[in-house]
Design a binder for this molecule. Structure first.
Ligand SMILES: [Fe+2]
Length: 309
């Protein structure tokens, strides 16, 4: 099977109203909220991409991929032990099944969900560079101050207690492809993997899944695409002004190239914006690098420790 795209993430949260306030400041829009269960979406046309449920303790409840058709759901049931196909009671309807990964993660596969009308991106930046002026007698476009415009849920990072078994499972069951990986000084051991969707010769993000060996299995971060780095700097200042806690960024990763900015939600799960990602296809040759030789942020020499704590 080849999954089509990342569709949603689900969390248990300890104060749903506060989570909603954070997520709205971050750029998500509320689809429904009954005080116990909150659904939110981006401005990019999804019916929903974020679910939070009121609970006594924070928890990562799982995530989901969209697949092409009901045939993929049937394959997941027959070959990979997914739950029976069910009609979804979530926004936009559709059909879904749930798989359980080797580490016990609940991973939904969904199809046939009716999306929303996508919003328009802001006018792109036209940059006047030294020696190359392209914006002549025109001021830079003005954008409203406020929460970022999020275009889609782009990738998820996972802590895994069983990296090798889980990575193999994502490859064989969901058809994910390794774009790059890191080892701890011994190339025979892999501790971090960047996995992309398999769309053959079509271009896809460098990674849709970031997997990291850990002593636990949990969400590491969820990441939403924004228009460009100006949108990220503006969102950064906005979130700062609302009193939320930054984690890391604005910076640029070397693997995947994207500009990142990471914030803690009220339960200290990480929300990230990204822009300007590398895209690759089936001709991409994966790299396998020593983690000690890899800077995580090309714009600073800050240790990424706080990013992985
Ligand atoms: Fe990320």
């Amino acid at each position: 099977m080849r999954v089509k795209s990342l569709h949603h993430v689900s969390f248990a949260v300890t104060n749903l109203a506060q989570t909603r306030r954070f997520a709205q400041d971050f750029g998500l829009h509320t689809v429904s909220d009954d005080g116990q269960r909150l659904f939110m979406r981006t401005s990019g046309g999804d019916a929903w991409c974020y679910r939070a449920e009121q609970a006594d303790a924070r928890a990562f409840l799982g995530f989901g991929f969209a697949v092409e058709s009901e045939d993929d759901l049937a394959e997941a049931v027959e070959r990979h032990g997914a739950t029976p196909i069910r009609t979804l009671d979530t926004p936009g309807g559709g059909l879904g099944v749930t798989l359980t990964s080797p580490a016990g993660l609940k991973i939904d596969l969904v199809t046939g969900i009716r999306g929303e009308q996508a919003g328009d991106p802001a006018p792109g930046l036209r940059l006047n560079e030294p020696g190359e002026r392209s914006r002549l007698a025109v001021p830079q476009s003005h954008r409203e101050l406020g929460p970022a415009t999020l275009f889609r849920l782009g990738h998820i990072g996972l802590f895994l207690s069983d990296y090798a078994a889980s990575a193999a499972w994502f490859e064989t069951v969901l058809g994910m492809k390794r774009s790059d990986s890191l080892h701890p000084g011994n190339p025979a051991v892999t501790i971090v993997g960047f996995y992309r969707l398999d769309h053959g010769a079509d271009w896809v993000d460098h990674h849709t899944l970031f997997l990291g060996q850990s002593d636990r299995t949990d969400a590491h971060h969820i990441s939403f695409e924004v228009q460009d780095y100006e949108a990220q700097f503006r969102a950064h200042r906005w979130l700062e002004k609302q009193g939320w806690e930054p984690n890391w960024g604005v910076g640029r990763h070397p693997l995947g190239s994207h500009v990142f900015d990471v914030w803690f939600d009220p339960d200290r799960y990480r929300f990230e914006t990204f822009s300007d990602t590398d895209v690759v296809n089936c001709n991409h040759e994966p790299g396998h690098y020593d983690v000690h030789t890899q800077d995580m942020d090309m714009w600073s020499s800050d240790s990424p420790e706080r990013y992985f704590a």
